[in-house]
Design a protein around this ligand. Structure first.
Ligand code: HSE
Length: 433
């Protein structure tokens, strides 16, 4: 029986989930794969605290390098997070000829190109299923089940914290800050939570998904990113009245070789499957040219779900190692081209929701509509409720599909008009066509 000797760096929530998962299903995994997983060493600065799993204290160490440099260890699992020490450790492990597993989306989003090339040069593998969508095997689906497809589009709810906040805002109409505190208490949020609520965490994951779909490292700057900070309950209520829900959505689309990539709060039709993804759950919707539409759903964070993804990677890494596979598909798929071309704003076409707090004076709405017309923006619906407070008339405008650059220019002109009492709010609408 072949054995894979595993070294784990970082014994936090996910590390404990990996240990628990192997303890629960190690025999089953061995029977299925013909490879016995052996937890050889775990490094963490804190080797005293109880992680809720029983473990031989002899395998714990505070010295990460003694794990990375151990010639007996086949696979290194990086779970320490951050982009400084983690990067050094990952590169050192690859240099030592180990297969590397990481859950570190920030590391791959920011330094992926360097790391994939390094792995390719060393002829070893790096595996990162847990970096995107927690327990959902969405990267493995792309590079295995969907390998025969050109990916046309990907839509993802990739941040549990934001989805949890949006769900509770919709159901309970509580203010944003109060729900964020609950998300932190429940352990969903990053530290600090700015990475979650400003959309950065989602963008990290979107960049990894786009790299795999289109075969080149994607810089973070290519992803137009905005989060849910400051989103008002008014938008949640208005969206609901119009038969939409607001989701922080990563959108990746191929427009004849030009890639559109964004993360932004987006109105999605209530009857689309992605609208029913609630609480801290994640979902990824992938459209391939052969398969058509597919969707993957599950827990995007948490000890056992993320541990499940890491275990899957460890066993694939072990199989590749024993079969002398060289750099695996998870590396090669990221390096098919040197770079991608991204869609310029004048080629991106999308729909918009716009809320303007208009002064209740003759001609205010007319001036806004004139600007829209001047920028070739066609209106799909206008709603103004008679019962409004504070001297402003809240007007909700939904557009037909418009060129992004036209809408941005129109919004600038509307802001320059003296017709509204507050900043207009513009949000994307996605119809999944
Ligand atoms: N903070 C992340 C989330 C955890 O809320 O989804 C998983 O990346």
């Amino acid at each position: 029986m072949q054995e894979v000797k595993i070294g784990i760096l970082g014994f936090g929530t996910v590390g404990a989930g990996v240990v628990e998962g192997f303890q629960k299903n190690g025999e089953l995994i061995t029977q299925r794969t013909g490879i016995r997983p052996v937890l050889a060493k775990i490094a963490d600065l804190d080797i005293e605290s109880d992680r809720g799993v029983v473990i031989d204290p002899g395998i714990l160490t505070t010295d990460a390098l003694s794990v990375i440099d151990d010639p007996e260890i086949d696979v290194i699992v990086e779970l320490i997070g951050g982009t400084t020490l983690a990067k050094d450790f990952v590169q050192r492990a690859l240099k030592n000829g180990k297969q590397v597993i990481t859950a570190n989306k920030a590391l791959l989003a920011e330094y992926g190109e360097e790391i994939y090339r390094y792995a390719q040069d060393q002829g070893v593998g790096i595996y990162y299923e847990a970096a995107v969508g927690g327990g959902i095997p969405v990267l493995r689906s792309q590079r295995a089940g969907l390998i025969g497809n050109q990916i046309e589009s990907i839509y993802g709810i990739l941040n549990g914290t934001c989805n949890y906040i949006l769900t509770r805002m919709e159901l309970e109409r509580l203010p944003f800050d109060e729900i964020l505190s609950d998300a932190q208490r429940l352990g969903y949020a990053e530290t600090p939570p700015d990475l979650d609520i400003d959309g950065i965490d989602t963008a990290h994951k979107a960049v990894i998904l786009a790299s795999m779909a289109y075969g080149a490292p994607v810089p973070m700057e290519a992803c137009k990113t905005s989060g849910i900070r400051g989103l008002s309950n008014q938008e949640i209520v208005n969206a609901e009245d119009l038969n939409y829900r607001i989701k922080l959505l990563a959108i990746i689309k191929d427009h004849d070789g030009e890639i559109e990539l964004s993360v932004e709060p987006t109105l999605v039709p209530k009857d689309h499957m992605i609208a029913s993804v609630s609480d801290a759950f994640n979902a990824v919707f992938v459209r391939g040219d052969i398969v058509d539409d597919t969707m993957y759903y599950g827990r995007g964070a948490g000890s056992l779900p993320t541990g499940s993804a890491v275990i899957g990677d460890i066993m694939e890494a072990a199989s590749d190692r024993f079969n002398h596979a060289g750099a695996p598909v998870s590396v090669n798929m990221m390096l098919q081209k040197d770079a991608l071309t991204y869609s310029p704003s004048h080629k991106i076409v999308k729909r918009y929701y716009l809320r303007i707090s208009l002064f209740d004076k003759p001609g205010s709405l007319g001036k806004v509509m004139e600007i829209m017309g001047n920028h070739h923006i066609s209106i799909a619906s206008v709603v103004q409720n008679e019962r409004f407070k504070g001297g402003y008339a809240p007007v909700i405008i939904l557009t037909h599909k418009v060129k992004d650059s036209n809408f941005i220019a129109a919004l600038k002109d509307i802001k320059a008009l003296d017709v509204s009492g507050a900043e207009p709010v513009a949000l994307r609408i996605e119809d999944f066509e």
